[in-house]
Design a protein around this ligand. Structure first.
Ligand code: CP
Length: 294
């Protein structure tokens, strides 16, 4: 049975925590693992990417593997070849398939027919690889994960969903604060939903935000900016959090919209470490999943 990484729930709680610890080791010694030596990984990007593209491509190389990066329109998928046939063919050449696309069902269908692990590099519904990097960043910043309180403030999007789904498995309590109409639909059990952002961040160790207009939301941009304006993460909101609280953002950011420039570039953020940590966390994931493939 091939194990995929599509929502993040595929990892047991103890595996998730162990993966973060392994990522710390790999960050300290980036070339120590040759887990992908002589192997290739397909990286399919049907949507734009900076962090995911660079971190996966460099990460595969650091593990001794060969990344096969495929942009939008480069596969016969764009001319109607099925996900089933694409999955079968890719599985004959590579030891894992990463895919970034819109419909989450497409990733599930690819995984249904692939005989190598499929890794979700972002869909409209989930962004689990991002949360691995987020947890690594928290572990670095606080020296622990258990008992931390994270308040996500803003649009209840794919990142919010993945945080709410995955972070509690590592002991991090998640609160999601969004305005009416933009809240997380179908929140995982245990997620705190608090509409007032000032109440949501009280006693939080981490304030987390993301763009207000995600890929695919462009037609509703003006309404989104108006509704989400009170949810900007700025110094005043950070001051309401626990002493020593940090700010995270998965990027790309729009300084002055969902996050103020003084927070984005200031001393209380760990955002740029978080961006780097994509590579280290994903290397730990690739090491684990590839070890399960013959
Ligand atoms: N956070 C993130 O996924 O960034 P990219 O869209 O640049 O890959």
């Amino acid at each position: 049975m091939t194990r995929h990484f599509i929502t993040g729930e595929e990892l047991a709680d103890d595996e998730l925590v162990a993966l973060i610890e392994r990522a710390i080791e790999l960050k300290a010694s980036p070339l120590q693992s040759r887990a992908l030596a002589g192997r290739s990984v397909a990286l399919v990007f049907e949507r734009p990417s900076t962090r995911t593209r660079i971190s996966f491509e460099v990460g595969v190389g650091e593990l001794g593997g060969h990344p096969v990066v495929l942009g939008a329109g480069e596969l016969q998928l764009s001319r109607g070849e099925s996900l089933r046939d694409t999955a079968i063919v890719c599985s004959r050449h590579v030891c894992a398939i990463g895919i970034r696309t819109g419909p989450h069902a497409d990733v599930e269908e690819l995984a249904c027919y692939a005989t190598v692990p499929v890794i979700n590099m972002l869909t409209a519904a989930h962004h689990p690889c991002q949360v691995l990097a987020d947890l690594l960043t928290l572990r670095e910043a606080f020296g622990r994960l258990e008992g931390l309180r994270l308040a996500y403030v803003g649009d209840g999007n794919n990142v919010a969903r993945s945080l709410a789904l995955i972070a509690p498995r590592a002991g991090v309590e998640v609160t999601v604060s969004s305005p009416s109409g933009y809240s997380l639909d179908d929140p995982p059990p245990g997620t705190r939903l608090v509409e007032d952002p000032r109440a949501a961040v009280a006693e939080a160790d981490v304030l987390y935000t993301d763009v207000w207009v995600s890929m695919g939301d462009e037609s509703t941009a003006a309404a989104r900016r108006a509704a989400l304006a009170p949810y900007r993460v700025d110094e005043a909101l950070l001051d309401r959090a626990a002493p020593g609280a940090i700010a995270l953002h998965c990027l790309p950011a729009h300084a002055g919209e969902e996050i103020s420039a003084d927070v984005l570039y200031g001393p209380r953020q760990r955002i740029w470490d978080q961006a780097e940590n994509r590579r280290h966390a994903q290397k730990a994931l690739l090491e684990l999943l590839s070890s399960e493939v013959a």
